[in-house]
Design a protein around this ligand. Structure first.
Ligand code: NAD
Length: 473
């Protein structure tokens, strides 16, 4: 039976197959890279608030053990099934390779509707799931490190860390068993907005190439471009916020579960988020027009469309009506393989998920490094740098006889905080990874898509890992 999740999994496999012939890798090795190395399904009981016992279906898939630990988020959603988690775990492997995060890919999923459960119920589900992972050795700082995904956040990650620490009492690196934790619970500054910020950095880089922009009828530079975002959750809200506030992008449309809205003059995202927090909906936000359906905003005329909700949102059915010039796949798998062919034939540039949403795993990697080093980035050098820079500023004043104004002095002398270092590492990662993909995309004489180019770059890196390591035993 074909289900939407099967279709998502098949899309990922199809995209892999398109790239494989361009890698020069051995057929058997490609097969090994393609398959999921370990799939674990757990059905466990949880006592609900009303005393009922519910059996919860859940998964953890480790797609590739070529590098350890494996890494990938945990999704809480009613549509979770094995195929969806396998597809997402596969994407994690290619994503990590692309952005040089030295992990294999993994993903977890629990088939629940978190919105219909109390906090206590969610805590019991999360802790029991973690205990089951510990039991089978499917979690640990050097084994498999989960993170947030759709339907989960720092709260769930803190429960996972606490459960793991309780069961693994005395393990010195225990807090590195999960990332995306709240900053007060061994998390890292800059993780919460990392995926959305990464989407912005990636888009900004893409728009810096004048010749690429010309080909799709756009001018160079992201400032002033129009954007539509689907899904105002973690990824979508930070993409919209950072793109508009830091990048000067005009966000003209938002699609959410409850409906979609439009304002050609640009929507104030900060105010919209506040409005949604207080009313529970984006619909009715002052100054905006409510569109016909939840998906109508996807079909608006705009420069950049950012699907940041779930997979299978742009399909062969609605692809012909999409009018964006660039699609940034902030969600995993929002454009199906069939839809992508239609979009490309219309001259639309699709920036693939495995690259554009890799900011989350990049900063998760920084968090893992912080946890293993047991100290905050910047703690040792911030004051030293500041004092040294201050001395340089004084010398400059003495030598030139001119006074540096306070604003410039602060800029020149500041030492880096953790968040500054995290953002600089993220920015550098998104820029250099884009350039690697683009090089493959532009130089490949077969006219491949940017997604195929991204796959080729990732597969070549994984292939070279295998070439160095060999196959055990
Ligand atoms: P989230 O739960 O924080 O937000 C998802 C949002 O999408 C919610 O506001 C929800 O109401 C909305 N939504 C759901 N169905 C919708 C529909 N049909 N139309 C419009 N809106 C809809 O989830 P998230 O963490 O932001 O993840 C979103 C996507 O990004 C997922 O595909 C996830 O795998 C991917 N992703 C997330 C991260 C991360 O760090 N959280 C990293 C990489 C990729």
């Amino acid at each position: 039976m074909s289900t939407p999740n099967n279709a998502f999994f098949e899309s990922v496999m199809r995209n892999f197959d398109k790239a494989a012939p361009h890698t020069g890798l051995d057929k058997g090795l490609l097969h090994q890279i393609k398959v999921c190395n370990a799939v674990y399904q757990i059905n466990f009981p949880v006592k609900m608030d009303d005393g009922a016992i519910n059996v919860i279906e859940s998964y953890r898939v480790q797609h590739s053990h070529h590098r350890l630990p494996t890494k990938g988020g945990i999704r809480y959603d009613n549509n979770v099934d094995q195929h969806e988690v396998m597809a997402l775990a596969s994407l994690m492997t290619y994503k990590c390779a692309l952005v040089d995060v030295p992990f294999g890919g993994a993903k977890g999923g629990i088939k629940i509707n978190p919105k219909a459960m109390s906090e206590g119920e969610l805590e019991r589900v999360t802790r029991r799931y973690t205990a089951e992972l510990v039991r089978k050795n499917f979690i640990g700082p050097g084994i498999d490190v989960p993170a947030p995904d759709y339907g989960t956040s720092g709260r769930e990650m803190a429960w996972i860390m606490d459960t793991y620490q309780t069961l693994k009492h005395g393990e010195i690196d225990a807090v590195a068993c999960v990332t995306g934790k709240p900053v007060t619970q061994n998390g890292i500054n800059g993780r919460v907005d990392a995926t959305g910020r990464g989407v912005f950095y990636g888009l900004r880089r893409c728009f810096e190439y004048e010749e690429d922009m010309k080909k799709i009828g756009l001018t160079k530079g992201i400032k002033g471009k129009t954007m539509v975002v689907q899904g105002l959750g973690n990824v979508g809200s930070y993409t919209a916020l950072i793109s508009s506030v830091e990048g000067g992008v005009k966000v003209i449309g938002i699609a959410e579960y409850e409906g979609s809205i439009y304002d050609p003059n640009g929507i104030d995202i900060e105010k919209l988020l506040e409005f949604r927090r207080s009313t529970g909906s984006i619909v009715g936000f002052p100054g905006t027009t409510t569109l016909e359906t939840r998906t109508s905003a996807l079909e608006l005329e705009c420069d950049i469309l950012v699907p940041a909700a779930l997979e299978n949102q742009i399909t062969a059915e609605n692809a012909p009506r999409i009018k964006a010039k660039v699609i940034a796949e902030a969600a995993n798998g929002p454009v199906t393989a069939d839809a992508e062919e239609i979009l490309i034939s219309k001259g639309i540039l699709v920036i693939p998920d495995m690259y554009i949403n890799a900011g989350g795993v990049t900063v998760s990697y920084f968090e893992w490094l912080k946890n293993l080093s047991h100290h905050r980035f910047g703690r040792m050098e911030k004051r030293f740098d500041q004092n040294q820079n201050e001395r340089f500023a004084q010398l400059l004043e003495e030598m030139t006889g001119k006074k540096i104004n306070e604003l410039e002095r602060n800029f020149l002398t500041q030492g880096a905080d953790e968040v500054d270092l995290v953002r600089s590492g993220l920015e550098d990662t998104m820029i250099s990874s884009y350039d690697q993909i683009r090089k493959e995309w532009i130089s490949n004489s077969n006219g491949i898509s940017m997604r195929t180019a991204a796959f080729v770059v990732a597969l070549k890196k994984i292939g070279s890992d295998y070439a160095t390591l060999g196959i055990f035993p």
